[in-house]
Design a protein around this ligand. Structure first.
Ligand code: ADP
Ligand code: MG
Length: 345
């Protein structure tokens, strides 16, 4: 006979480790959170160093505000944040972070060390964390203004995940995508990505431009074919800025960099809509390069859908997608016809 099991409350660390595994599914997710923290801290330069696709070692150094030393004891606990106080603040949140879960999550599934210095501190402070808590005393040491976060042995205690992520190269590709995307979108910030002890893979200067960073990261064959698009629609509370390749350019693998309210997200419906516009102009199975920065009224976007915040739901999706299609379509048409006229002349 099967007997019913006894129901017990899970140990807090087990709960936290499970939650962490849902928020951080691969090194690139952790890195995205860390980059967003650096941007929230007004960094103008961000240096990322990676070993084994981030599984062994992932370090991010910024020149932002730093973390106050009197916050270091709780900074890695769950739901500790300097960015949100009241639930209502969510309506107008203008930082990436708000739920105070990223550092906590990472500290439950990796060895996390923070080295940080604010401009008011005479020296830097270093602290290591385990399961959200300080592992030992905070130590004073030398360091620059800003924050350096080192994540080692990610998923060391999540065996199934560790087994599933067997290819450091594949993980590194995801990391390149995240760094490349944020570098293009935040072209005023310098980004620097390299594998430990190897040459730099991405390096964008401070105060660069979107097009220049596309050139650095994706090459001139894309950068020289870019058309700028812009749109504002007060009724839909929408503004859009972006760059899309003209019909001269096509590639078997398309690229779509989509930012909604400055957060790198994916949207199958927007992707499909853009592809359908280009299908008229490009050969079969050929795709475009598209960078779109969409700003929507925060009240119309639900950033709370999923802890990874990758999926964003927004109101008026159908109308907004329609407007995006039209603006791209018109741009391609006008450029295409001017080229035809030019060749005919
Ligand atoms: P959230 O970003 O949602 O607040 P996190 O767990 O990502 O939660 O970070 C917790 C807090 O740690 C932040 O609110 C911020 O005060 C501080 N912090 C994290 N990373 C940095 C950084 N790179 N520079 C300055 N402060 C940081
Ligand atoms: Mg954060």
């Amino acid at each position: 006979m099967n007997e019913p099991g006894v129901i017990r409350k899970l140990d807090e660390n087990v709960v936290n480790r499970i939650a962490a595994g849902e928020i951080v599914q691969r090194p690139a997710n952790a890195l995205k959170e860390l980059i967003e923290n650096s941007l929230d801290a007004h960094a103008t330069n961000i240096i990322i160093t990676v070993k084994a696709g981030g599984l062994k070692y992932l370090q991010i150094q910024d020149n932002g505000t730093g973390i106050r030393s009197d916050s270091l004891d709780i900074v890695c606990e769950r739901f500790t944040t300097s960015k949100l106080r009241e639930y209502e603040d969510l309506q107008a949140i203008n930082t990436y972070g708000f739920r105070g879960e990223a550092l906590a999550s990472i500290s439950h599934i990796a060895h996390l060390t923070i080295l940080t210095k604010t401009q008011h501190d005479k020296c830097a402070y270093k602290a290591s964390y385990e399961n959200g808590k300080l592992k030992g005393p905070v130590k004073a040491c030398a360091g620059n203004n800003g924050t350096q976060i080192t994540v080692e042995d990610l998923f060391f205690n999540v065996i199934a995940r560790k087994k599933a992520l067997r290819s450091p190269n594949e993980e590194y590709t995801h990391i390149m995508e995240v760094v490349g995307g944020y570098a293009i979108h935040n072209s005023h910030v310098g980004f620097h990505l390299k594998k430990f002890g190897e040459n730099t893979d991405i390096k964008t200067p401070i105060k660069s431009s979107v097009v220049e960073n596309v050139r650095i990261i994706h090459g001139n064959s894309i950068a020289r074919e870019l058309l700028e698009i812009e749109l504002t629609d007060p009724t839909l509370k929408l503004s859009l800025h972006g760059y899309v390749t003209n019909v001269n350019y096509s590639h078997k693998k398309g690229t779509m960099l989509l930012f909604i309210n400055h957060r790198l997200v994916d949207s199958l419906s927007i992707r499909k809509a853009v592809d359908s516009v280009y299908a008229t102009y490009l050969p079969k199975n050929a795709h475009s390069f598209v960078y779109l920065s969409l700003e929507l009224d925060p009240r119309n976007v639900d950033v709370n859908v999923h802890p990874t915040k990758h999926e964003v739901q927004f109101l008026y999706e159908e109308q907004i997608i329609d407007r995006i299609k039209t603006v791209i379509e018109n741009k391609l048409l006008s450029c295409n016809s001017s080229r035809v006229m030019y060749t005919q002349a």
